[in-house]
Design a protein around this ligand. Sequence first.
Ligand code: GDP
Ligand code: ZN
Length: 447
Amino acid sequence: MNHGDDTIAAIATGAGAAGVGAVRVSGPRVPEIARAMLGREPLPRHAHFTAFRDGNGELIDRGILLHFPAPASYTGEHVLELQGHGSTVLLDALLRRVVSLGARLARPGEFTERAFLNGKLDLAQAEAVADVVAATSEAGARAALRSMEGVFSARVESLLAELIGLRVHIEAAIDFPEEEIDFLADPVIGEKLAALRAHLDALLVETRRGVRLNDGIAVAIVGRPNAGKSSLLNALAGQERAIVTDIPGTTRDVLRESVTIDGATLELADTAGLRESEDIVEREGIRRARAQLERCDVALLVTDTDHADSDLAFFDGTPAHATRIVVINKIDLADKAAHRETRENHETLWLSARTGEGLDALRALLRDLATAGAGEGAFSARRRHVVALEVVRDHLARTADALHDSHAGELAAEELRQAQQALGEITGAYSSDDLLGAIFSSFCIGK
Ligand code: GDP
Ligand code: ZN
């Protein structure tokens, strides 16, 4: 990849007609392009009202030219912003003019990628730029903005500093073999490691919440075939999406539906009845259902009054941090007098997916779960960050084992080194080109 030795340009505002639109340019050729567009030397960070003209001197548009000399710009390079009317045709003409003066069209996310490579943003902040743009709820946008400003990164950096401190301590012990045993038995090391693990667990909780604010909560609907899972998914989604039949095992794959309730996003997944199957297609569905289950935030068990207790086994395989909800469905069929006992440790709701009775209570509960903790200080995050933190958590557990069981300093040091590596991947201290490519290519053009 070429970074910063060429000059990139793109329309930086949304597609379609709007009052104002902008073309953004970044790179070494910006000063000469700016001079050519303005007809003289622009003042730094000064709004010049001017006429934008093509190569033949024909008027393209009138608007504002802004020059941000490096390094005090979004990308850290020379940046030029041309603001005109928000017409796609005029903006295209303006972009062609800039390209004729020596810029090339930017790839998606390339401005932000350059900002990252020039140290203007770390990787988690750069990802948050895309998340701010893509946010569908106000809570999500606010949280993404906090991550963009570095709230999440600061937490990661502080954990990193703690981890490095411990690593230095242990590596020093290894360097003095004659004292190693005493050194590693030092209670201070154990205390530091315990504190580090506690801080990591706390950050993991907040990061999971951050993913929920960004992506919405992942809700896995589980239960016996014919319990009414597909019907419930349809009722929540308000449309005929899943196949509803009387034949058990009809839902052969994971059906997903994105539902917004009062600005809170839910990713619903109707899992195929998780049971043994000879059918290859169904087995694949079951495999995917399991995967869906293992990463859900909320597990919704659909059952009825007769099976509620025995069906609790369907919760097996849901992560420990997931909220479990028991939905007793088909109350339109049940004896009205059937008493409604709550299942121990589980939120229990009674409803009818067919008539819609009781559905509002479920909606309200899901909405509250999706927006829980969205207040003061909440930051957004991505699944990639949670995975990295889980890797760190596992390495720290093995560090503790190494220290307790065998006083194996070398092993503990190696685990800590790998933990540091995983943590560094969040902010991009260690990152492969593949990872960067995957992250920035998902941006929109002009960001
Ligand atoms: P799934 O296999 O768990 O996805 O179950 P379905 O959603 O396909 O439903 C199985 C059968 O139960 C269908 O005939 C539905 O119409 C019926 N059903 C689902 N929910 C209700 C309900 O609340 N009341 C009644 N009476 N029937 C329901
Ligand atoms: Zn179904």
